[in-house]
Design a protein around this ligand. Structure first.
Ligand code: ASP
Ligand code: MG
Length: 355
């Protein structure tokens, strides 16, 4: 089975039915032959149609050399908004909560409009967003009373990533990259500590491979929701605020990615906050221990659970700037083995780009 052909044909025809067909004819028969990278995009990288299309271009470039799994945060500000709706519900401010929930749906519909998809795709994605919106509004009744416990907070918070994954998959399709949104609560299994749930990694890996590998094998980019999982009995949980970096590492582990790239809005990891101290220096290479020490000293590096998992699974983590992809970013990993100059061109790395 020739994966290149599959990719080209799939790019020409990206309706969900065709993708399904593609996945089923490719699945099982072929072994995954290309390396896999995981890309995680943060909320500021997804804030509107133009940033989404720009980020989609980064994925498109990477798909030339690798199979790519994407993990997304909610659009910036959306999780805060959803949690304020949960608080309004808890305080009995139902009408206000309802209005706010309608605004959340409208915000995502506006991004869809700005993506300017073909009429057919626009209709399909609009329907998906409206179904999600209906589920959201179902949680936010205009009258009556609501039991607003931690469980409801997580259910409400989960909508941000569920909206953004659908929009980002649409942005990829517009960029002629076959993609499908995947809701991580379908396979990320957690304990039932709502708002700070711990994933069961081994079970998550087993279940996640069944979902993600057939897609990767068929050259389809899964766009997985960060932040959310589910208890064994199917109740939605979240892994804690700002945990979608951690979700990125979990998904990278599930698909045995060689590298996880955390795409954010700064050029990498600095010695100090570059907005506050002029002598802050960008760090190009860090060992897991060095990155860990930096994080322990209070530097805002990555979500605290990323490095332990990356070190344990020997996954290379890059921190790179979505808005300045020419910059090489920071590489965290085991020190590179010195390559022979005749066989390894200087400064070339798979996803590091030019320094
Ligand atoms: N959207 C979630 C939050 O705002 C997760 C994340 O962005 O990392 O906490
Ligand atoms: Mg974040």
């Amino acid at each position: 089975m020739n994966l290149e052909n599959i990719r080209e044909e799939a790019a020409a025809e990206t309706s969900p039915g065709a993708l399904h067909q593609r996945v089923h004819s490719a699945g099982g028969a072929s072994k995954q032959s290309r390396n896999v990278v995981a890309f995680k995009f943060g909320g500021s990288s997804l804030l509107g149609a133009d940033p989404m299309l720009h980020a989609a271009g980064l994925v498109r470039a990477a798909t030339r050399a690798s199979n790519v799994a994407v993990v997304v945060s909610a659009m910036k500000g959306v999780t805060d908004h959803l949690l304020s709706i949960a608080r309004a519900l808890a305080d009995g401010r139902l009408a206000q909560a309802r209005r706010e929930a309608e605004l959340v749906l409208d915000l995502h519909l506006d991004v869809l409009r700005d993506l300017q998809l073909s009429e057919e795709n626009d209709l399909r994605v609009r329907r998906e967003l409206q179904l999600l919106g209906r589920d959201l509004l179902h949680e936010v009744p205009a009258r009556g009373s609501v039991a607003a416990g931690a469980e409801l907070f997580d259910r409400l918070a989960s909508f941000g990533e569920r909206f953004s994954a659908r929009l980002f998959a649409a942005a990829l399709e517009k960029s002629r990259i076959p993609a499908v949104p995947v809701t991580s609560s379908d396979f990320v299994l957690t304990c039932d500590t709502f708002r700070d749930a711990q994933p069961h990694l081994e079970q998550t890996k087993q279940r996640g491979r069944d979902v993600l590998l057939p897609l990767l094998e068929a050259g389809v980019v899964p766009v997985v929701t960060g932040f959310i999982g589910a208890t064994p009995d199917g109740r939605i949980t979240t892994l804690g605020r700002n945990s979608s970096d951690f979700s990125g590492a979990i998904i990278a582990h599930v698909v045995d990615a060689d590298e996880l790239v955390i795409w954010t809005d700064v050029d990498g990891i600095f010695t100090a906050n570059p907005n506050e101290s002029p002598e802050a220096r960008l760090l190009h290479e860090l060992s897991y221990d060095e990155a860990h020490a930096l994080a322990a000293s209070g530097a805002k590096v990555l979500h605290a659970k990323v490095l332990p998992l990356a070190a344990e699974t020997e996954m290379v983590v890059w921190v790179r700037n979505t808005f300045n992809p020419q910059a090489r970013g920071t590489r965290i990993g085991s020190p590179r083995v010195q390559e022979h100059p005749a066989t390894a061109p200087m400064g070339k790395s798979q996803h590091g780009g030019a320094a």
